[in-house]
Design a protein around this ligand. Structure first.
Ligand SMILES: [Zn+2]
Length: 378
């Protein structure tokens, strides 16, 4: 997320920087301003709560510690911690640029007369006609190509999970996807479309990872206001998502593994050999339901080993995994929880560092010799 308005013409950029510097609000006015932009009062109590941007249930804290509407979220930076001020929070939660936000705030319209926004977090969710959503999702899935060896989606995954040996998944496709922001189409990018299925096999949503058209990396998508936008998004939700997963691989001998991200579960697959499914995030991981009819008896849970939340004194990823373990055991399944060795890592990190260490052994030794030679020469 850009906080600087990069990409704006110089005069707009300078205006924005000046206004950002000058902008002040009383603690009460911060709360009412944030609420008028759809941030739920539940998130603004100073206690750990769900994040208005990325969800969860206790990752976000509003502390206003510098009097600028300050907040911190342990997951907002693509799974890593992020902190910011109230204006950045509004911009992120409403997917709007800081420039447009500042124009609105400077426009002088009293907060109460502004068009009403959603009053509950997380923000922009319109209730759409289910038939429309079904047609949209079917169309997107139908026009995407099944994943194939060597295509951009496979190359992206192999970049993130080096040495990945899993073949194409029937739950993943590669499509050309429109990126919509503020009701406008910003352009088309290639992207991985992941089919999120509910326990009864109905479609929940399609999760999209927008990719760079040339190199195997996430796309960099910038709004007209210079805001860097999220490259990973769910599409419209057809059915409530609780219980479901992206079923990447078929169960083997009644075993399946679940985790909270595409790269993470592929890393876990490389570490363990277990076939894996992706529950998208830790809240959905904790709610995973084993579908009937597939003969699944053993569930491996691949947890993210997040840093400890000082307020709950727990690692959120581990808590979510243990919550799921407890429920599935009560339902009669054999459960095998797995946790990465290092705090602050997930299985994608663990696999990647092990793979790099194994493959970099010789060149590193060579480098060390070269360095010592240089040192001697000096
Ligand atoms: Zn967040």
């Amino acid at each position: 997320m850009s906080t600087s308005g990069r990409g704006l013409p110089p005069e707009k950029y300078e205006w924005l920087q000046r206004k950002l510097k000058e902008f002040t609000l009383s603690p009460e006015a911060w709360i009412s301003t944030l609420m008028s932009y759809g941030i739920s009062a539940d998130c603004l109590t100073g206690k750990a709560s769900a994040c208005p941007v990325c969800g969860g249930d206790d990752r976000f804290t509003y502390d206003n510690k510098s009097g600028r509407g300050d907040w911190v979220c342990r997951k907002c930076n693509d799974g890593y911690p992020m902190a910011g001020d109230g204006l950045q929070l509004i911009a992120r939660a409403n997917r709007m640029g800081l420039y447009r936000l500042m124009c609105e705030l400077e426009g002088g319209a009293p907060l109460s007369s502004r068009a009403p926004r959603n009053t509950t977090a997380p923000a922009p969710k319109r209730k759409a006609d289910p038939a429309f959503v079904a047609r949209r999702l079917d169309g997107m899935w139908g026009s995407a190509r099944p994943q194939a060896v060597g295509d951009l989606s496979m190359r992206y995954l192999q970049e993130r999970v080096p040495g990945l040996s899993a073949g194409p998944s029937p739950a993943l496709r590669l499509g050309m996807l429109e990126y919509r922001h503020d009701k406008k189409v910003l352009g088309e990018w290639p992207g991985i479309v992941a089919r999120f299925e509910l326990p009864d096999g109905r479609l929940g949503t399609l999760h999209r990872t927008f990719l760079d058209p040339v190199k195997p990396a996430k796309a960099t998508i910038v709004s007209p206001d210079g805001e860097i936008l999220d490259a990973k998004l769910n599409d419209m939700t057809l059915n409530p998502l609780a219980g479901g997963a992206v079923r990447l691989m078929a169960p083997v001998d009644g075993e399946i593994g679940v985790g909270e991200g595409l790269e993470t579960v592929y890393g876990a697959h490389m570490e363990s050999g277990v076939p894996v499914w992706n529950c998208l995030n830790r809240v959905l991981l904790s709610k995973f339901v084993v579908p009937e009819g597939l003969g699944i008896k053993v569930v491996h849970i691949f947890m993210d080993f997040d840093d400890i939340d000082p307020r709950t004194r727990q690692s959120p990823g581990v808590s979510a995994g243990l919550l799921l373990a407890k429920r599935l055991r009560a339902e009669g399944y054999t459960v095998v929880p797995h946790r990465p060795k290092l705090r602050g890592t997930d299985f994608a990190d663990q696999w990647k560092s092990r793979w790099i260490a194994a493959h970099a052994a010789v060149p590193l030794a060579t480098q060390a010799r070269d360095v010592s030679r240089v040192a001697l020469a000096v």
